[in-house]
Design a protein around this ligand. Sequence first.
Ligand code: ATP
Ligand code: MG
Length: 255
Amino acid sequence: MHIFAIANQKGGVGKTTTAVNLAAALAASGQRTLLVDLDPQGNATMGSGVDKRGLEKSVYQVLLGLASLFQARISSPSGKFDLLPANRDLAGAEVEMVDLERREMRLKEALAQHQEEYDFVLIDCPPSLSLLTLNGLCAAHGVVIPMQCEYYALEGLSDLVNTIKKVHSNLNRDLKIIGLLRVMFDTRATLGHQVSAELEQHFGDKVFKTIVPRNIRLAEAPSYGIPGVLFDKSAKGALAYQAFASEMIERVKTM
Ligand code: ATP
Ligand code: MG
């Protein structure tokens, strides 16, 4: 079982789009996949075709020890993956977990009992470096960082890289950066190509080969509750996430 956190403390950079589409593309390739929504916004839940308002159990209960993963997970109606859903309840978890022992290890411990059931677990982190994200980073073997190739992209990256380093040395020796994924890429913008080249220079083979273009079909898909890779399979964005899934499957063979 390979567990990956999709993280970037910057908001709206494509974390959820990456998490949902990678989950659906991996599942479509026959990989047993669990998507964990770790964001109170519940966007990964909605994007997987599950109404966040009607959840009986969610990741919130799992983190607080009020339900098991077995009780809270559901299968995505649109993709072939399992989902540990989230909604606004999760916003309270941050405060309620403060008094719990090993509070940053709650997700890791919940996943530990399901080692044999999945090939991939993807964790969609919220846009913060909060206790929720920390739970994601402590549970994961690696971090996938989606980013837009814009002027301030590299600057924001250093906070995340430092946090990952700290978690690595203090809490989770397994943790490493798997790679940076360039998303919402505008092929016509010169700046994008410049930043993209700079990223390759700084991070070398930590930059995934796949580049996800800006593609309206990926943005439309969530409102239908269908992952983009299934909503319009031949759209450029869908093809990119399919290629990314193949790249990830290859990447884990070397781990
Ligand atoms: P948050 O930090 O709020 O959780 P996020 O990092 O999860 O945001 P997304 O929700 O995935 O980011 O994406 C932000 C917006 O950009 C969404 O409206 C999404 O549909 C859109 N989007 C993401 N990727 C693409 C793309 N490749 N092409 C076009 N639109 C995209
Ligand atoms: Mg999100």
